[in-house]
Design a protein around this ligand. Structure first.
Ligand SMILES: Nc1ncnc2c1ncn2[C@@H]1O[C@H](COP(=O)(O)OP(=O)(O)O)[C@@H](O)[C@H]1O
Ligand SMILES: [Mg+2]
Length: 227
């Protein structure tokens, strides 16, 4: 099931003095459990910064980020580790597969790191690869796969641990439009079937259209919601 998300008055900047860049400024919104939201805006508007905060990879300078009612900045190191392993999963523009591992090994790795047995991790990884349409490609290495197939492996890896929140950062940014469209359809189907909460950053309005709601960012600020 999906987690609810609350972002409350969040600001984040980089650097100091004249070279200070404000990446996010007083951003607030809430997301219902099981919602699919696109974060739409041009390069540099703060999308990745916001996803990093949602993934507990970074902390805001001001404001709070709550997932499933829990303030991410108040996690103990152990809780933060569990959050990253169990609650949240991320898909990236450049797939971030390990080149020396085949598809099955890439998908099962986080399960093994989370303490699953090899047999259980293999079974779940195979299921996840089947779910994204890659049955028969378990032994293929990333260099033997197309961009769309690599992104499917990355999606299978993200979903194999049954996260409550899926973050996707420009997941079609490195794919041609047809392949990108198929990946977006896959994300939309997995969202429907699994009911997890999805937040997808994109600079492309066509990609944002598959989401059920759109948040527009410009220069680190959220634009008022058009209803
Ligand atoms: N680690 C960093 N150090 C300095 N500036 C950064 C860093 N990360 C992002 N920025 C700046 O913050 C702003 C927002 O970046 P980012 O969140 O990556 O935007 P987007 O993902 O929408 O392209 C940009 O001006 C970017 O240059
Ligand atoms: Mg980005």
């Amino acid at each position: 099931m999906g987690a609810n998300v609350a972002v409350e008055g969040v600001s984040r900047g980089y650097g100091a003095g004249a070279s200070r860049v404000v990446a996010l400024e007083d951003v607030s919104f809430t997301l219902a459990p099981g919602s699919f939201t696109a974060l739409l805006g041009p390069s540099g508007c703060g999308k990745s910064t916001l996803l990093h905060l949602l993934g507990a990879l970074d902390r805001p300078d001001a404001g709070r980020v709550l997932v499933a009612g829990r303030d991410l900045a108040r996690f103990s190191p152990g809780e933060e580790d569990l959050y990253r392993r169990r609650t949240v999963a991320t898909v990236f523009q450049f797939f971030n597969l390990l080149p020396t591992m085949n598809a099955l090994e890439n998908v099962r790795l986080p399960l093994l790191l989370d303490g699953a047995s090899v047999a259980k991790a293999d079974a779940r990884a195979k299921e996840a690869l089947l779910e994204v349409g890659l049955e028969g490609r378990e032994r293929s290495f990333p260099y033997e796969l197309s961009g769309g197939q690599m992104q499917r492996v990355a999606i299978a890896r993200a979903l194999s641990g049954s996260p409550e929140l899926l973050l996707a950062d420009e997941p079609t940014g490195n794919l041609d439009s047809k392949t990108g469209g198929q990946v977006l359809e896959l994300v939309a189907r997995l969202h429907r079937e699994r009911g997890l909460t999805v937040v997808m950053a994109t600079h492309a309005a066509e990609a944002a259209a598959v989401a059920t709601s759109v948040l527009r960012l410009r220069d680190g600020r959220l634009e008022p919601r058009a209803s």
